[in-house]
Design a protein around this ligand. Structure first.
Ligand SMILES: NC(=O)CC[C@H](N)C(=O)O
Length: 333
């Protein structure tokens, strides 16, 4: 067994050794320098305003469950959260309904298909997908409690703000731009409604979902949000119990199997941690019990995942000793 962390230690514990705060910072600096010039990938443009993103923007933030945050580059630059909102809204719904009921209504199996796939819905007899892709996420948002769209939206915004430890605001331009180009998501919502798999008015569900995707965050916010999932639902910055500990393991399980869409298998193979990406270039990656890594770099691969974010996270998972699947033989006395 590795030594228990001394009080106040960063909490990123690789097998056998304990990186100090200085070690963690040095490792993040190495990652930043190594991938600084990486330019592969293409900025998303199917939501017109996202095409304006600076491809060179690059931020990293690592937060642990004890409240330390290590930030570098554009870690405080804002961008719309997009699909990185999905696990957190799913967490709120699990907390309210119970994870098993949420899973029954939404599904928790990876689709292996693109995030906005319509076929994914058609392929399954029960018409569920999972909360990490658009169909399942729109269904998730439709399960948020509230008498109308406004109440649902307030609940989503307040819930995500509690994860971030500060009040999040919506980017009106991103919302408008997406709302004007949302026909595919609207199609998905109506299709799901026909199958009884959207649980409120489909147009309301789309509107709240589009607002949720337009919330402005920073890499630092995503790191704190992820560290809340890592720490049994306790926000390490505010100390607030945001969701139940039991909800965290359910959310992390779905992130592990489906957080990077059709690349989720390769991601788990390389990084060995639950993660969630979004088309504006954010990725949050959670190391259960330890903390979270957040990256922001807008250029994406064909699946819609930040290219540089994946490279940095893979590097950090290894260097900080976070991969869940690293095993070691038991010591015999
Ligand atoms: N992958 C994403 O980040 C997709 C989110 C985006 N708002 C959409 O629904 O298309």
């Amino acid at each position: 067994m590795s030594k228990p962390a001394p009080p106040g230690a960063p909490g990123f514990v690789s097998t056998g050794s304990l990186p100090s705060r200085d070690d963690v910072r040095a490792i993040i600096e190495t990652a930043y320098a190594r991938f600084r010039e990486e330019r592969s990938g293409t900025v998303a443009d199917y939501i017109p305003v996202l095409a304006e993103a600076d491809p060179a923007a690059f931020g990293i933030c690592v937060a642990n469950t004890q409240g330390d945050a290590f930030a570098l580059g554009d870690a405080d630059g804002t961008f719309s959260i997009q699909s990185v909102s999905k696990p957190f809204v799913f967490a709120l719904v699990c907390d309210a309904l119970g994870a098993e009921e949420a899973a029954r209504r939404l599904g928790v199996d990876a689709t292996g298909l693109p995030f906005n796939s319509i076929m994914a819905v058609e392929l399954r007899a029960d018409r569920t997908t999972n909360p990490m892709v658009n169909s399942g996420a729109i269904a998730t948002t439709s399960l948020v409690g509230g008498a109308n769209a406004e109440e649902r939206w307030q609940r989503v915004r307040d819930g995500l703000s509690r994860f971030a430890g500060r009040t999040l605001t919506m980017d009106e331009r991103v919302y408008r731009s997406e709302a004007d180009h949302n026909q595919r998501n609207a199609g998905l919502a109506h299709l799901l409604r026909g199958y009884g798999r959207v649980y409120c008015d489909p147009d309301e569900a789309i509107d709240v979902y589009t607002r949720q995707c337009s919330l402005l965050v920073t890499a630092r916010d995503l790191a704190v949000m992820g560290a809340t999932l890592a720490g049994g639902g306790v926000n390490p910055a505010t100390g607030e119990q945001v969701i139940a500990p039991d909800t965290c393991r359910r959310v992390l399980a779905v992130m592990a199997t489906a957080g990077l869409y059709e690349r989720s298998g390769s991601w788990l193979f390389d990084v060995g941690l639950p993660g969630k990406s979004g088309v504006s270039g954010g990725i949050v990656t959670v190391s259960p019990g330890k903390g979270a890594v957040a990256t922001w770099s807008p250029p994406l691969d064909a699946a819609g995942n930040s290219v540089r974010g994946q490279l940095v996270t893979r590097f950090l998972s290894e260097a900080l000793g976070l991969n869940l699947f690293v095993s070691a033989p038991a010591r015999r006395s």
